[in-house]
Design a protein around this ligand. Structure first.
Ligand code: 5GP
Length: 186
């Protein structure tokens, strides 16, 4: 199974990047919708942004082997995971699943799925992360501090991905991912 994995610290702008990448329809990908136990943010829709699952259901399905990977992110007790059925649904539709997941989850999938293009999104400066995170307004100062800590840890693992793409210019970053995809799966 082919997978396109996109990771990067909170505040690297990866969600916007992924939205533009999919919107452009230049490559046959579809976003894999993850499951999570965190509550939906305002405007988020169940089944579109995430499958929002109660923790007991998430853990039951995890124990039943329904996930390709799971991770408890930010030491907050919140679980995220990629459902195998979701990946299969996308493959059956003739597309490559695009996974916007954290680096621990990504690295786990890299071990298991060999035909994978893995891209780590960076921005030029750590200050930029901080600015973007704070301006989002959806997290408390403690949550922001935790995410920054996670970002620093993740940056140290970035070299394990096959490519790094700097997101300082959105259009250029989207172009770069499109050409990486096309050259990887000629
Ligand atoms: P958020 O709560 O801001 O939507 O996402 C928080 C973090 O969870 C992000 O780093 C995101 O990439 C990661 N994430 C989202 N879905 C998954 C998933 O299915 N698996 C893993 N391992 N991480 C995920």
């Amino acid at each position: 199974m082919r997978l396109l994995i996109i990771s990067g610290p909170s505040g690297s702008g990866k969600s916007t990047l992924v939205r533009h990448l999919i919107g452009r329809e230049a490559i046959p990908v579809a976003k894999s919708i993850s499951a999570t136990t965190r509550p939906a943010r305002p405007g988020e829709v169940n089944g579109k942004d995430y499958f929002f699952l109660p923790k007991d259901e998430f853990l039951r399905r995890r124990a039943a082997g329904e996930f390709a990977e799971t991770n408890e992110v930010h030491e907050s007790g919140v679980w995220y995971g990629t459902l195998l059925a979701e990946l299969q649904r996308i493959v059956d539709s003739g597309r490559t699943p695009l996974l916007e997941i954290d680096i621990q989850g990504g690295l786990r999938l890299l071990e298991e799925f060999k035909d994978t293009l893995s891209i780590f999104i960076t921005t030029a400066s750590p200050d930029e992360f901080r600015k973007r995170l704070s301006s989002r307004g959806s997290e408390s100062p403690e949550q922001i501090a935790k995410r920054l800590e996670t970002a620093e840890r993740e940056l140290k693992l970035a070299h394990l991905y096959s490519h790094q793409v700097c997101n300082d210019s959105l259009d250029r970053a989207v172009d770069e991912i499109v050409s990486l995809f096309k050259s990887h799966w000629k």
